[in-house]
Design a protein around this ligand. Structure first.
Ligand code: NAP
Length: 295
């Protein structure tokens, strides 16, 4: 029997917890509400969807947001200028630049220019380094969402063997660091695999927990996992339906062969995605509380 890990339901519970904290620590004290700044460059349809869902999450919780939408082919300088404005704007607590950016823009320059105190995506090297050293920092939202999903479903991580597929700096690498940190949740033995790993099945078959962030629909098949493994599917691939122009969302997991063999499985959609969005809001609340504590 496979249990589906319902990210929609858990994110609703966490939304309530965040709302309560905002009421108690901010509204009742008549302080300014958390404020998320979002910079979007261009009209990539996936990025537009992600930004809209982040804005919707701000609205659901009742925190403030500002969106700067720059036109297609904006220069790196244009984006850096908007980041500086938000860095210097004391009314903005957290700031994100929606990735990926167009090829002519150096993403590293963009990430480096964000004030680490406002870096609620946790991509700045200062936050990433602190996370790696188990220090207080903003953790990347997807990794934090996965950790929370496992923890709140009482899935044991400590002492287990986790295989992460994919080593991107937004998902694979941070989750491998958090799963292996000397703290609970953590203390897992982690194998980090990628496109140069030979015979990936050799590793996935030994895993108690598999976290797959590849972006290839149906990548992880039932024959690649051991019975009872916990499967976290991070993949989101949008497939266009040519008939009615709608999009179908596909994960990395071949649902039909994995369902029934795994003990737990995150559905796509409705698993990791909603957890990512709510963790971004949680990070924004932390940024706002840091501001209040330092004022
Ligand atoms: P990415 O930067 O493209 O990284 C993909 C990783 O997968 C790379 O490390 C790559 O290896 C590895 N890979 C590619 N093909 C492979 C193969 N055949 N075998 C083993 N490893 C392979 O992607 P990302 O940004 O991490 O995103 C991954 C997926 O997660 C995408 O579908 C994305 O849309 C989704 N995502 C979902 C959420 C969410 O909230 N649910 C958040 C972020 C991303 P190399 O390093 O060797 O190239």
């Amino acid at each position: 029997m496979t249990k589906l890990l319902n990210g929609n339901q858990l994110s609703r519970e966490i939304r309530k917890e965040i709302s309560k904290k905002i009421d108690q620590d901010i509204r009742k004290k008549k302080k300014r509400l958390p404020h998320l700044g979002i910079i979007l460059s261009g009209n990539n349809s996936s990025s537009l969807t992600y930004v809209n869902s982040k804005i919707q999450e701000c609205k659901n919780i009742g925190i403030q947001y500002s969106l700067v939408h720059l036109p297609e082919y904006s220069s790196e300088q244009d984006i850096l200028k908007e980041i500086q404005k938000m860095n210097n704007n004391s009314l903005i607590d957290g700031l994100i630049v929606q990735l990926p950016l167009q090829k002519h823009i150096n993403e590293e320059n963009i990430i480096l220019s964000i004030n680490p105190k406002k870096d609620v995506d946790g991509f700045h090297p200062e936050n990433f380094g602190k996370m790696s050293l188990n220090m207080n920092a903003f953790f990347p939202a997807t990794a934090l969402g996965i950790l929370t999903l496992l923890e709140r479903n009482q899935i044991k991580i400590s002492g287990k063997h986790t295989v992460v597929v994919g080593r991107s700096r937004i998902v694979g690498r941070p989750i491998s660091i958090l799963m292996s940190r000397r703290q609970n949740p953590g203390n897992s033995t982690v194998t980090l695999t990628h496109s140069h790993t030979t015979n990936i099945e050799h590793y996935t078959k030994q895993a108690d927990i598999i976290i797959t962030a590849v972006g290839v629909p149906g990548f992880l098949k039932g024959k690649m996992i051991k019975k009872g493994a916990v499967i976290v599917d991070v993949g989101i691939t949008r497939i266009q339906n040519n008939e009615n122009k709608s999009f179908l969302i596909k994960g990395d997991v071949d649902f039909h062969s994995v369902y029934g063999k795994a003990s737990y499985l995150t559905p796509v959609p409705g698993g990791v995605g909603p957890m990512t969005r709510i963790m971004l809001i949680k990070n924004t609340l932390i940024a706002a509380l840091n501001r209040l504590n330092n004022s």
